[in-house]
Design a protein around this ligand. Structure first.
Ligand code: F0G
Length: 459
């Protein structure tokens, strides 16, 4: 039975939404060439494209916006953020940047040499991109359970530690520039990584002298999953769990647009390596701005320093994970297959199973997302073969292992009845699945095609 955990806040300001008809949506999606990223937000009723930068800030954060220190150098908001990072994560050094990929752009060239490997439970797309820009090779070694959407496994985001050790021995530790632990594991469905897995992976990294970097975008959600699911952690506070998680790494890159509960921001954290911090600072100045603001306004740093603490509040996290679980349970009760157990920030609908008659080269994930928009004004995105660029050597369409339609829930934004509307829409899409058709690409750019490609329905 789906169970909703009541919001630990009330609403003080509202943003009106526009309700459209199916006819209006048919015309809007056609004008957008069937690409969700080309839809103006005013054509969308419930926007589940991402949970990144789409969060609602609290009254305390908005108050912080008013007192942000906009000094070019040495702003008090910078020190407030630095102290929060020291307190929460136990890391001595931090560099603010404008978002997660900026952190990657600066840190990865400091860690990776051309020809080396970056080994991860799963690289997020931008991380994979930055590894490639370093002329290094990204390798994903997530546990096998992650690929079985029905397997009820508590930590589907885990690294396969056995495979990792084999890989290190086979390639030679000197050829591995970095090990990356993405928490939670976004691409596997917002799935958590256990403390034991972080501990074991870090032990291997140290044994072989390899740097371990955490991709920390959804660190607070991961900490709450550990508290709820891992033996021995029920009585630990979320801050204690967070500190222990980050004790099993040397550095982190964070897109603060997720668990920082802000609309823009990123952080590089370094535990103790002052030489690495010096290199990071040297690259920050030309890429992002002076080191005490790194691409952020003083007010952004102020709101982030507050948001990081709010993200660690237990009643908030219980509500947050409870909300996604509620939606996942409703979908399963309605016969919609999803990556299960439900992840921390989104439901990932298994489009391969909803639309078995649509082959990968006609993009079942994208077909499902488009129908959800037509049916209920909801905007999700494809995480499947449509998102994959063509094979760089043969130019052929590649087949993704999983065909997901992802529906992300922004933090503190939508209510229970919004979630009911989302569930009812997706259940009705599933019930009409037989009548749905695939799509073909009529134009695409050279890289990252899913953002700008143009499509049309098949047949
Ligand atoms: N790492 C992870 C795990 C992410 O999910 C993202 C962004 C990034 C890094 C990059 O951060 O966007 O601030 O530059 N994920 C968003 C998403 C875009 O929709 O999943 P960014």
């Amino acid at each position: 039975m789906s169970n909703y955990i009541t919001e630990p806040f009330r609403i003080k300001m509202v943003e009106p939404l526009r309700v459209t008809t199916r006819e209006q949506r048919e015309s809007a999606i056609k004008n957008a060439n069937y690409n969700m990223f080309a839809l103006p937000s005013k054509e969308v009723y419930i926007d589940l494209l991402t949970d990144s930068g789409t969060n609602a800030m609290s009254d305390t954060q908005w108050a912080g916006i008013m007192v942000g220190d906009e000094s070019y150098a040495g702003a008090s908001s910078y020190y407030k953020l630095r102290d929060a990072i020291r307190d929460i994560f136990g890391y001595r050094y931090m560099q603010p940047v404008h978002q997660g990929r900026a952190a990657e752009k600066i840190l990865y060239p400091c860690l990776l040499k051309a020809g080396q490997y970056s080994v991860s439970n799963m690289h997020f797309d931008t991380t994979r991109g930055h590894v490639g820009l370093c002329k290094a090779k990204p390798v994903d070694l997530v546990v096998a359970e992650a690929r079985d959407t029905e397997a009820n496994y508590p930590f589907k985001g885990n690294m396969d530690v056995e495979k990792l050790e084999k890989f290190i021995i086979e390639k030679g530790a000197e050829n591995i520039g970095v090990i990356v632990m993405t928490i939670t594991n976004n691409s596997a469905g917002g799935q958590p990584v256990s403390m034991q897995n972080l501990r074991e992976t870090f032990a291997l990294a140290k044994q072989y002298g390899i740097v371990l970097n955490i991709d920390a975008a959804r660190f607070a959600e991961n900490a709450m999953f550990i508290k709820e699911r891992e033996e021995g952690y029920a009585d630990h506070s979320i801050v204690e769990i967070t500190r222990e998680m980050f004790s099993y790494a040397d550095s982190f890159t964070m897109s603060a647009k997720k668990d920082g509960i802000v609309n823009m921001g990123g952080i590089i954290g370094i535990k103790e390596d002052s030489d690495l911090f010096t290199k990071v600072q040297a690259l920050t100045v030309p890429y992002e701005g002076f080191v005490t603001y790194g691409g952020l306004a003083g007010r952004d740093m102020e709101a982030l320093a507050i948001g990081l603490y709010e993200a660690l509040e237990e009643d908030y996290l219980a509500y947050r994970l409870g909300q996604i679980r509620y939606l996942g349970d409703k979908l399963r009760e309605g016969g919609v297959p999803i990556q299960y157990p439900t992840g921390g920030h989104a439901v990932f609908v298994d489009a391969k199973r909803v639309l078995p008659h649509i082959p990968y080269y006609e993009y079942p994930g994208q077909a499902l997302v488009i129908e959800a928009y037509l049916e209920g004004g909801i905007r999700g995105c494809d995480i499947g073969s449509y998102m994959l660029d063509p094979d760089p050597e043969t130019g052929k369409q590649m087949e993704a292992e999983m065909e997901f339609a992802r529906f992300c829930i922004p933090r503190r934004v939508y209510t229970q009845s919004h979630l009911d509307h989302i569930a009812n829409t997706l259940i009705s899409v599933k019930e009409n699945a037989d009548s749905l058709k695939g799509y073909r690409i009529v134009w695409q750019p050279e890289v990252l095609r899913h953002f700008t490609a143009k499509l049309e329905p098949v047949g």
